[in-house]
Design a protein around this ligand. Structure first.
Ligand SMILES: Nc1ncnc2c1ncn2[C@@H]1O[C@H](COP(=O)(O)OP(=O)(O)OP(=O)(O)O)[C@@H](O)[C@H]1O
Ligand SMILES: [Mg+2]
Length: 341
């Protein structure tokens, strides 16, 4: 089955062609980062309008790259939520219109299920069951995964998501949007131990997270540096490193707890923050000590992309699921509401 995947939940237009037998045939992405950078974050109306401009050229591009024509496509998968409603509607209406015109089925995919399944596109994919850590711009969740659509939420952030904490902290320190890669880049040259930040909510039982206090702690530290006349590039690196280490260690402690609690030793990390090298190394060390493994996607498939939507949609289409002609999207959509395959 050849599936066209469309992702438009936020500020990336992602399009891909995934074939259930041949694997991923083509993948194209247009990132709107430059468009939103001047505003320090995503402007929803600008995002929607840009998706309209990019969608059809990207579809033509993946068809060319894969050496396919429109009539080869068997079904269309699109992101139906969670995300920005206007942006989601662009992908959903384009998918439904093309599906109607080509007389093929369409399926709405849950964006976080897409992220969660992205590591399945790698040469050594994880096998069920596993614990998943979803760490993106809008989510920080620990989920027990027994199969596609069999999700049990174990814990989540009570305030900022991990990626959001990276982005907001970076902004407070005068860094460019998006802040995650900027902080990671600075942290590589930071001096360990100069600053030590708290590991929020690790001193009590449970698997929930809270990152908003850490953001304030980082701001206060950076302001103290500035007030004492020590706002050098090295200080900025040292603060970035202390922040990153606090996030990484907090996530590692909670992942270890989740593995112990479930009795599993397989961990999947997904979403933009799973591209972070320090996080990957820390989780590799932790799972190795438990004689387990950690699985993640290539960096381009950690952040938003069409490939993960084409893959997730394909699995559900193969199980006989698809939508009717109505165009429905959901800004909020708990993943546990998804049907099991
Ligand atoms: N190397 C990195 N280190 C830390 N954070 C990173 C890194 N690369 C990307 N990020 C963060 O990942 C986030 C983007 O990830 P993603 O595209 O999965 O989120 P989103 O789609 O905006 O949110 P959601 O998937 O929850 O709707 C941003 O917050 C960005 O700062
Ligand atoms: Mg995302």
């Amino acid at each position: 089955m050849l599936v066209l995947g469309l992702e438009t939940s936020c500020d990336e237009t992602g399009v891909a062609l995934y074939d259930s037998e041949r694997g991923l045939l083509a993948d194209a992405l247009f990132s709107q980062i430059d468009l939103h950078r001047a505003y320090g974050g995503v402007v929803p109306e600008l995002a929607s309008r840009d998706h309209v401009k990019r969608m059809l050229p990207l579809i033509r591009q993946v068809l060319d790259e894969a050496g396919c024509v429109a009539t080869d496509i068997d079904a269309i998968a699109y992101t139906a939520g969670p995300g920005l409603v206007g942006a989601l509607l662009v992908g959903a209406s384009c998918a439904q219109a093309l599906a109607f015109a080509w007389d093929i089925p369409a399926i709405g995919v849950h964006h976080m299920e897409g992220h969660l399944l992205a590591p399945m596109l790698e040469p050594t994919p994880p096998t069920f069951p596993f614990v998943a850590l979803l760490v993106s711009g809008g989510h920080t969740q620990l989920v027990r995964v027994d199969g596609i659509g069999q999700y049990q939420l174990l814990g989540e952030s009570l305030d900022d998501a991990a990626g959001e904490a990276f982005d907001k902290t970076a902004k407070l320190m005068g860094l460019r949007y998006p802040g995650g890669p900027e902080i990671a880049r600075l942290a590589e040259l930071g001096i360990p131990g100069r600053f030590v930040f708290p590991r929020p909510m690790t001193d009590r039982p449970g698997l929930d997270f809270s990152f908003s206090g850490l953001k304030t702690f980082t701001l206060n530290t950076w302001q103290q540096c500035q007030n004492s006349g020590d706002d050098s590039e090295q200080s900025r690196r040292d603060v970035a490193l202390a922040f990153q280490q606090a996030v990484v260690e907090t996530l590692t402690i909670k992942c270890r707890r989740a593995l112990k609690q479930t009795g599993l030793n397989s961990l999947v990390i997904a979403g933009g923050v799973s591209a972070n090298r320090a996080l990957r190394t820390s989780l590799e060390d932790m799972t190795a000590a438990l004689k387990g493994n950690v699985f993640y996607a290539r960096p381009a498939f950690c952040t938003d992309n069409g490939a993960m939507i084409a893959y997730a949609g394909c699995q559900r289409l193969l199980a006989g699921q698809h939508e009717d002609l109505a165009i429905t999207v959901q800004a909020r959509w708990p993943m546990e509401q998804l049907p099991a395959l």
